[in-house]
Design a protein around this ligand. Structure first.
Ligand code: PBG
Length: 327
C-alpha cells in the first residue's frame, strides 16, 4: 500500500509513545480527600469504599505519613462530628473536628498542603448543606455560616478552603470573611460546577451525611446542563474563586474541557466516591484491571483539561505517574 501517513509509525515502541504523548501529569496535581472523625484509635474502613478509612486524630498522622511517602503532597479534609444539630455548630466550632485536625496536621506535617472542604451537610442533623426554613434550604443564612466555617478553618491553619455547598454568593462571602481577618493569602477552590449526582452515594455513607428528607437538587446542578456550568464557573471567579472545580469527574469530562477553555484560572476535577466504589467493586470481581482503569480515568481527566485531580486513588495515581503509565 502507498500510504504517506501511517499513524502506527509513532506507536511502535514505549519510548516513542512516551515521546509523542500529548498529556503529561505530575503527582503535584493530586489531592487526596480523607475523613477525620471523633474518638480515639479509630481507623474504620468505609464499607462502600474499601481501602478508605475514617481516622481519629490520634491515628490520622499515620495517613499523612503514607501520603508523604507516596509523593502525594496535598489532601482535603472532611470532618465527621460526634454531634450534629440544626445549625451545624460543629462546622465552625473552634475545637471542631476539622479545626483540630488542621492544627495537628500543620504542626506535624507542615510541608503537606492542607485543604478543607467547607460545607454544613456533615454537621447538620438533617444532612442538608445549609440551614433549613421549613423543608427548604435557606440560602442567605447558610452563606453566613459557611463563611464562618471557612474562616475557622483558616484560623486553624488551613492552607486553602474549598466550599462544596452550592449556595449562591458563598464564594464572595468567604473571600470577604477571610480578607476581613487578614487571610488574604488563603486561596479558595470553589466547587463551582457541582452536579446533583448519584455518584456521591458512598461519600454520604462515609460522612453520615445523607439528607434526612428530599435530595440536593434544589442547590446542586441539574446533570443535563452545560451552559450553566460555564456561567457558574465565571460567576465564582468574579466572586474571588482562585480555582474552579468540576465534579464528578468521569461523567462530566465534557464540562472539564469546556470550563478549561473559558476560564483563566486552574481547573480541578474531582473523581468522587461513586467512581472509586465502582472501580473497587468491579476489580474485586476480577472483571477489570484496577490499575489500568485508575490510570485511564486519571489520564482522561488531565486530557480533558484538569490541572488538579482529586481522587481517593491519589497514592496509586502517584505511583502510575512515577512509572510513566499516567502522563
Ligand atoms: C459535601 C460534599 C459531598 C462531596 C464532597 N463534598 C457530598 C454531597 O454533596 O452530597 C462528595 C464527594 C464524593 O462523593 O466523593 N457537600
Amino acid at each position: 500500500m502507498e500510504l504517506l501517513q501511517r499513524s502506527r509509525r509513532l506507536r511502535g515502541s514505549e519510548v516513542l509513545r512516551r515521546m509523542v504523548r500529548e498529556t503529561r501529569a505530575d503527582a503535584s496535581s493530586l489531592i487526596y480527600p480523607m475523613f477525620v472523625v471523633e474518638g480515639s484509635n479509630v481507623k474504620e474502613e468505609i464499607s462502600s469504599m474499601p481501602g478508605q478509612y475514617r481516622w481519629s486524630l490520634d491515628r490520622f498522622p499515620e495517613k499523612l505519613e503514607e501520603l508523604a511517602e507516596a509523593g502525594v503532597s496535598s489532601y482535603m479534609l472532611f470532618g465527621i462530628p460526634a454531634v450534629k444539630d440544626e445549625v451545624a455548630s460543629g462546622a465552625y466550632a473552634e475545637d471542631g473536628i476539622v479545626q483540630r485536625a488542621v492544627r495537628l496536621a500543620k504542626e506535624r506535617y507542615p510541608e503537606l498542603y492542607c485543604i478543607t472542604d467547607v460545607c454544613l451537610c456533615e454537621y447538620t442533623s438533617h444532612g442538608h448543606c445549609g440551614m433549613l426554613k421549613g423543608q427548604e434550604v435557606d440560602n442567605d443564612p447558610s452563606v453566613e455560616l459557611l463563611a464562618r466555617t471557612a474562616l475557622s478553618h483558616a484560623q486553624a491553619g488551613a492552607d486553602m478552603v474549598a466550599p462544596s455547598d452550592m449556595m449562591d454568593g458563598r464564594v464572595l462571602a468567604i473571600r470577604e470573611a477571610l480578607d476581613g481577618a487578614d487571610f488574604t493569602t488563603v486561596p479558595i477552590m470553589a466547587y463551582s460546577v457541582k452536579y446533583a449526582s448519584g455518584f456521591y452515594g458512598p461519600f454520604r455513607e462515609a460522612a453520615d451525611s445523607a439528607p434526612a428528607f428530599g435530595d440536593r437538587r434544589a442547590y446542586q446542578m441539574d446533570v443535563h446542563n452545560r451552559r450553566e456550568a460555564i456561567k457558574k464557573a465565571l460567576q465564582d471567579i468574579d466572586q474571588g474563586a482562585d480555582i474552579v472545580m468540576v465534579k464528578p469527574a468521569m461523567s462530566f469530562l465534557d464540562l472539564v474541557r469546556e470550563v478549561h477553555d473559558v476560564v483563566d484560572v486552574p481547573v480541578a476535577a474531582y473523581s468522587v466516591s461513586g467512581e472509586y466504589a465502582m472501580v473497587k467493586a468491579a476489580a474485586a470481581q476480577g472483571w477489570i484491571d484496577e490499575e489500568r482503569i485508575v490510570g485511564e480515568m486519571a489520564s482522561s481527566a488531565f486530557r480533558a483539561g484538569a490541572h488538579i485531580y482529586l481522587t481517593y486513588y491519589a497514592e496509586l495515581v502517584a505511583k502510575l505517574i512515577d512509572e510513566g503509565v499516567v502522563g
